[in-house]
Design a protein around this ligand. Structure first.
Ligand code: 9MR
Length: 502
């Protein structure tokens, strides 16, 4: 593969960025967690659903209700980052398509019935379909909100490069009002969010709103963009959403370029005017630069990727690991500044590339370690997702699981009845350890819930607690494959261990 010129620039940025990053310091309060309506800390584990939304005439993902059922059966997930399209929501300025929202609500109900948490993500790539006449690239913004001023947009083999096309840049510059000509666009976006929040505020399965997918600043980049118009969009959206929805969590992303590779974000602290403690979530993505350049996570000299070399004789895995370390450090710094819990909104790759499943395991372990939730990109039937395709295309038969389905199907605490201290899954031993502290403030009303897969835990496996015998109780819900655990409330700390039957 020929390396695109901006990738070379980017590589240089990584080197410079690495030396500029703020040294990580432990958070004064430790990691923060999202809580559910029973006051439990929830660990979000699931998929983005779905990329197919972008090109669907009704802007719906490919799934049917049976596919949600299949996902639970195969992987026991509890989270979906569900893609929305502003173009479908507000097809004409100020007019919202309620039928579109009905269709979203129907899908939300499929998840709700299976105890999932749904994050509504206002997705965009390359601004919107209207950046080209053919409409083959770009999704998100409606055509009426797309002003290229006649500047060109050429399609590129590597889709991200289209961000640099003049017409795309101009469309973003108008939205961020860098041009001073279209301040109405941001107002529309904010009102559209308020409309969505108004519609879903009473639906407990909707955990929150991801204000904008992978923001791109056009001609404004880095701190100037993140502290400027991006923060303004977030502040205005948060204020608007809170007029109709006091309880949902509001997810904010950093600028994607650079930060997805591990560089620092300059996103500032955002106030939350809700009654009660702030509910802002930091939701970055990770796509290590070597992977954007076509490198794989394999162990070979070049990571089993293409024949280009990165870093002399080092394998690309070394470079990917460096990106991951950089990402981890910088994400913690930003989350600390935002005083927000972390959810990794996207990570993903071609599941057939060398070392792909080791990369996924690594990201699952890392998110456990930093107390973050995660949504894999994506559940599409495109070689990145958990399904190898529809089984014979027969209705009701569902999709065939591939290697990713195995890796994602692992023990995890769906909900923790207290303040999580550590979550650790030992892959070779197939043993999950969850430790947490009592809250002592009466805010937690439900039990701890731990999901375990069928294969190594046919009847739930063996569960033990550090609480003295007789002071705690575990109940096995065989249908959902979930342990429900009541711990001894008079103890300050608890450790639960679930291990395979033999
Ligand atoms: O995987 C998606 C690819 O098929 C599309 O061509 C591209 C442009 O819409 O988007 C890809 O998905 C991206 C997602 O929308 C945002 N984060 C990065 C994802 C992978 O590149």
């Amino acid at each position: 593969m020929k390396r695109p010129p901006w990738a070379v620039l980017a590589l240089a940025l990584v080197l410079v960025g690495g030396s500029l990053t703020v040294v990580s310091r432990p958070s004064p309060e430790g990691p923060r967690y999202i809580t559910d309506d029973q006051g439990r800390a929830i660990i979000l584990h699931g998929f983005n659903t779905a990329g197919s939304t972008k090109s669907d005439p009704d802007a719906m993902p490919w799934i049917e209700e049976q596919d949600v059922e299949n996902e639970y059966e195969r992987m026991g997930t509890n989270f979906v980052r569900f893609l929305l399209q502003w173009s479908a929501l507000e097809p004409e300025p100020g007019q919202y398509d309620e039928k579109y929202l009905d269709a979203v609500a129907e899908r939300v109900s499929w998840y709700a019935e299976r105890d999932y948490h749904v994050l509504l993500d206002m997705h965009q790539d390359l601004w919107g379909q209207g950046i080209t006449e053919a409409g083959r690239v770009g999704n998100g913004a409606p055509e009426w909100a797309t002003h290229t001023d006649g500047l060109t947009v050429e399609e590129q083999e590597q889709w991200e490069l289209v961000y640099l096309e003049p017409g795309t840049m101009r469309s973003f510059d108008h939205f961020w009002n860098t041009t001073g000509e279209h301040s109405e666009l941001m107002s529309h976006y904010v009102r559209a969010w308020r409309h969505v929040a108004d519609r879903f505020s009473g639906e407990p399965a909707v955990i929150g709103y991801d204000l904008m997918n992978e923001p791109w600043g056009g001609t404004l980049q880095g701190p100037e963009f993140e502290r400027g118009p991006l923060a303004e969009l977030y502040r205005r959206s948060i204020t608007a959403i809170r007029t109709v929805d006091n309880d949902s969590w509001i997810f904010v992303e950093p600028q994607a370029v650079g930060v997805n590779w591990g560089l620092p974000s300059a996103l500032p602290h955002l106030d939350d005017p809700r009654e009660g403690k702030a509910r802002i979530v930091y939701a970055p993505h990770i796509y290590p630069l070597p992977m954007d350049l076509g490198k794989a996570y394999g162990r070979g000299e070049h990571g089993g990727g293409d024949d280009g070399r990165i870093g002399g004789s080092e394998s690309s895995r070394v470079w990917i690991d460096r990106s991951i370390s950089l990402w981890r450090r910088n994400v913690l710094v930003t989350a600390d500044r935002l005083e927000a819990p972390i959810v990794l909104g996207e990570f993903g790759l071609d599941t057939s590339s060398p070392g792909a499943m080791e990369y996924v395991e690594r990201m699952l372990a890392l998110t456990d370690e930093i107390g973050a939730g995660r949504a894999y990109w994506s559940n599409d039937l495109d070689g990145w997702g958990p399904w190898l395709g529809r089984a014979d295309g027969e209705e009701g038969e569902g999709a065939k699981p591939g290697p990713l389905a195995e890796v994602m199907n692992r023990p995890y605490p769906r909900a923790i009845a207290g303040e999580p201290l550590a979550v650790h899954y030992d892959e070779p031993a197939k043993t999950l350890t969850v430790s947490f502290a009592e809250k002592n403030d009466g805010s937690v009303t439900g039990p701890t819930e731990i999901y375990v897969p069928e294969r190594e835990f046919p009847e739930g496996g063996i569960i033990s607690s550090s609480d003295p015998e007789g002071s705690w109780a575990a109940e096995w819900d065989a249908a959902r494959r979930v342990w429900k655990v009541e711990s001894a409330p008079y103890l300050q700390e608890h450790e639960l261990v679930v291990s395979p039957t033999n």
